[in-house]
Structures are given as C-alpha cells and as structure tokens.
Design a protein around this ligand. Structure first.
Ligand SMILES: [Zn+2]
Length: 240
C-alpha cells in the first residue's frame, strides 16, 4: 500500500480508514469512473464525507451498486488496440429488501450479510453478528480489524498514546469525519515502524446509518432467517 493509495480520490488528503467514515476501492473491483470520458478505473481510498459532497456521487453510487448487487458482469472498455472486455466481479447483494429516501438495503443470497448503501454513495456492510446485535436492540458495531497505513509525514509526538481525535487532528483531516463522536469509536494503537512510517491500528465504531435504514433493520433483524447452507449446497449439486 503506497502513499498514493492513502490519499482520498476526491480531496487528495490523507485517509485514515475508520469503519463507517472512510473506505477504499481495491483494484480487483474493476470499478469504473463512469463520469470520466475515458471510463478509467477507480482505485484508492476515500472519505465518505467527500463522496457525499462530490458532484459525481450519483454516478459513483450507481457504479458501486451495479457491482455490489450482482454476481459479476461483463464490461467493455476502449484500450489501445480496440475494445476489450473484462468480467467485473460482483459482491452478491442481490436481494433488495428496503429502498427509502436516503438509502437502500440489500441482502446477500449466499451468506448472512447485508449492504446498506446511501443514494449519495457511502456503504456499510453488516454481517450476522451485527444483525444479531440489532435484533437484541443494540446499535451495530463495525470492526475492520487491524489496519496498516503509511503516514504522510513524521507522526505526532506521543503517537502510541494518541486518541483518535488527536491523531486525526495531527493529520489535518478532522473535518473529513463529521459526526464521528456519535459513532463512539474505540481506537487502539498497535504498532508504528519508523523507517517506512507504517502505522498499525484498529478502530471499532457504530456506522452513521441513515435513520430509515436503522429503523428498517430494527424491524427486519428479529425475524430474519439465516441462509440455509445445506439447502444451498443441495441446489448446487442439483444444478451441477
Ligand atoms: Zn477526502
């Protein structure tokens, strides 16, 4: 992961990955920047606040939804020597179970996973532990595990003891994380290695789901039926 990858594709500022406030689009997603004439592929990190504020949020959201809600699709693009085709992998969130003014909720047909996507672009993946928590009346917590990131410059003094707000402030990107305190983030410093300025850390937070999605999931979660993997397997064998 290089420095370029840690810069927001919209604002160019440093992106500290915090679940619910920032994410990334990996190269293997083959996501196209359909708003550019040459339909270049989009790869990199982004602040969700920058996506929401972007003039191309609708195009981004449509392309992301096209990937997220399918099982893969063939895409054609112009390259040196003519038209080439590639298979853009899908994420399998094929079943739309809610559509509101601000977002849609899709459920995977192959695993117990749900995708909330704002019409303005930002997305949140909830898996079975989160939905079981919602069914118990809890707010879902997202845990993206240990993140490794290259800091853009020399770190602040006392990095190992820094709080998340202090770290974001030292990086000059506090305003890219609006409402973060409401997500009650739990930040944990793991390790810093100076030669390459690699910070390892973890953050668990409650994502800023649109109110209508949170309300829908509170109704949906207690009654959902887990995917029956045995039945899926039988179907596969029948097909095979
Ligand atoms: Zn940004």
């Amino acid at each position: 992961m290089g420095d370029a990858y840690a810069s927001c594709v919209f604002c160019g500022e440093f992106v500290l990955h915090v679940p619910g406030w920032a994410s990334d689009v990996p190269s293997y997603r083959l996501m196209r920047a359909t708003w550019r004439e040459e339909h270049a592929f989009l790869v990199g990190s982004l602040h969700f606040s920058c996506l929401r504020a972007s003039a191309v949020r609708a195009e981004f959201a449509a392309e992301f939804a096209g990937i997220a809600t399918g099982h893969g699709r063939e895409i054609a693009f112009q390259a040196a020597g003519g038209t080439r085709t590639l298979v853009q992998p899908g994420l399998g969130y094929v079943e739309e179970i809610f559509r509101g003014d601000a977002c849609a909720v899709h459920r995977s047909d192959t695993r117990d996973s749900w995708l909330v996507q704002e019409h303005a672009g930002p997305w949140y993946v909830l898996d079975r532990p989160q939905i079981e928590g919602v069914a118990r009346g809890e707010r879902p917590r997202l845990d993206s595990g240990v993140e490794r990131i290259v800091l853009p410059g020399e770190p602040m003094a006392g990095l190992a003891d820094a709080t998340l707000p202090g770290l974001l402030d030292s990086l000059g990107v506090t305003d890219r994380y609006p409402g973060l305190a409401a997500g009650e983030p739990e930040y944990e410093f793991w390790k810093y290695s100076a030669p390459k300025r690699v910070l390892e850390y973890a953050v668990i937070a409650t994502p800023p789901l649109p109110a209508e999605a949170a309300a829908f999931l509170r109704d949906h979660a207690p009654g959902y039926r887990p995917i029956d993997f045995d039945a899926l397997g039988r179907e596969e064998r029948h097909r095979g």
